[in-house]
Design a protein around this ligand. Structure first.
Ligand SMILES: [Zn+2]
Length: 316
């Protein structure tokens, strides 16, 4: 059986034909007009799906279903996108509209972070795991939780927002308006802020020189730390400790088999993953008696959204 996964973004929509093993057989992208009326956006998505099916040599009447990952707050069971900062959906019944436009009976939708988590768990870095927490370290921090092979999303899918678990009372201001959220310490944005502060405090450091020469991004502190710079090593160690504190909190509630770390920062590989794994194994409650928790880097890259959305359509 074949499925179609759709990954909606603020700039573009991706759709792909995915087989039961999570392989993408054919995919394409279309530009999103994020400010257009919702009906127009959905009809553009339907057009992309039709075109992908046709060029991939599949009839829509033969596919097992269509899965959709959307930014914003999604009511999975109702198939409704409640709102999104990135695209003009307000209480839009996207799943039903697509089902009607495509003549496909089975259309499933979830938040894009949840879809990526499901894709990584079923077909990516967590393959074989039934319980996982996927943490995406990007501009913000997204989390997706899989328990017994299914997404855990809370009442009307309003939960699983691990980025806004408070890890430090009265701490750094978060994009959500609260203080001390995990996201305010573990996002690439937070790492960049810490890098900037440290380079001002230690103008003699290699870190400060790199910042002056090439500007700051999420890689700067890791590059200088690898070259042996003490200031950068401290920035990286503190950052990893905060990410670890968040993971340990999730471990104590969900005790997953695996944490899957995605987003731009996950490209640092072992320099990030190994100390995190060590931190989680030392600090999770009962870890010396319980099965070890693995921490791995996500492996599906930009395809996680398409594959995860298809995996959503494969579920029951
Ligand atoms: Zn927050």
């Amino acid at each position: 059986m074949l499925y179609i996964g759709v990954d909606i973004g603020g700039m573009s929509v991706k759709a792909g034909i995915v087989d039961e093993k999570g392989n993408i057989l054919f995919k394409d992208t279309a530009v999103t007009d994020a400010k257009a009326p919702a009906e127009k956006i959905v009809s553009d998505i339907a057009e992309l799906v039709r075109s992908v099916a046709e060029r991939g040599g599949v009839s829509l009447s033969d596919i097992g279903g269509v899965g959709v990952g959307s930014p914003g707050s999604v009511d999975d069971a109702a198939g409704v996108v409640r709102y999104s900062c990135n695209i003009n959906f307000v209480k839009t019944p996207v799943a039903g509209m697509l089902a009607e436009a495509l003549g496909v009976g089975r259309v499933r939708i979830s938040n894009d972070a949840n879809c990526a988590a499901l894709g990584e768990t079923v077909f990516g870095a967590g393959r074989g795991a039934k319980n996982s927490v996927t943490v995406t370290l990007g501009t913000g921090v997204g989390t997706g939780i899989v328990v017994d092979g299914r997404l855990l999303t809370g009442n009307r899918s309003a939960g699983a927002e691990g980025g806004h678990v408070i890890i430090k009372a009265g701490g750094e201001k978060c994009g959500c308006g609260k203080r001390g959220c995990f996201e305010a310490y573990a996002s690439a944005t937070a790492l960049i802020r810490r890098t900037a502060r440290a380079s001002v405090r230690h103008p003699e450091s290699l870190l400060a020189r790199l910042v002056a020469e090439r500007g700051i991004d999420g890689k700067t502190a890791f590059i200088a730390a690898k070259a042996g710079d003490k200031t950068a090593k401290r920035v990286v160690a503190e950052y990893i400790r905060y990410v670890g504190i968040g993971l340990v909190g999730f471990a104590n509630v969900f005790y997953p088999e695996v944490f899957i770390i995605g987003g731009g920062i996950s490209k640092e590989g072992d320099a990030l993953i190994l100390p995190l794994r060590d931190f989680v194994r030392r600090n999770a409650y009962g870890a010396e008696f319980n099965p070890p928790i693995d921490v791995v880097a996500a492996s599906l890259g930009n395809d996680a959204g398409i594959i995860g959305a298809a995996a959503l359509a494969m579920g029951d």
